[in-house]
Design a protein around this ligand. Sequence first.
Ligand code: CU
Length: 132
Amino acid sequence: MTFSTTFRASFAGIALALSASTALAGAADYEFQPLKSDVKNGVGSELAVRLVHKATGKPVAGAVLFRTRLDMGPDKMEAMTARHEAMPATEPGVYRFKADLTMAGGWAFRVMAKVPGQKDTVEGVVVFQAKD
Ligand SMILES: [Cu+2]
């Protein structure tokens, strides 16, 4: 291999890496985090997640959360789901839900979100521990 082909090959690699990270930048820049991962097991348990912009650590307000699912996947009970409903927001970037949990253990809150100014859908999984 000559110098020039080596150079071209590594340059192509860098270009590829750059375009890949640009393409993923949107959705991967955001993260859902639990406000408090320990929650009460039972009816009307309150779960709250914060959506943050990873680079700045700032909460992201005004996102539209959809296709939410709450299941016991973390405890190998994917099929066990819990009813839940969104509650009014009390602080920017924090999304609250009231859930009817039926078992103590690990619950995964799966969510998709449309973030203002982002065309890619942000996906998140937040694990909560329900305690009796
Ligand atoms: Cu279960």
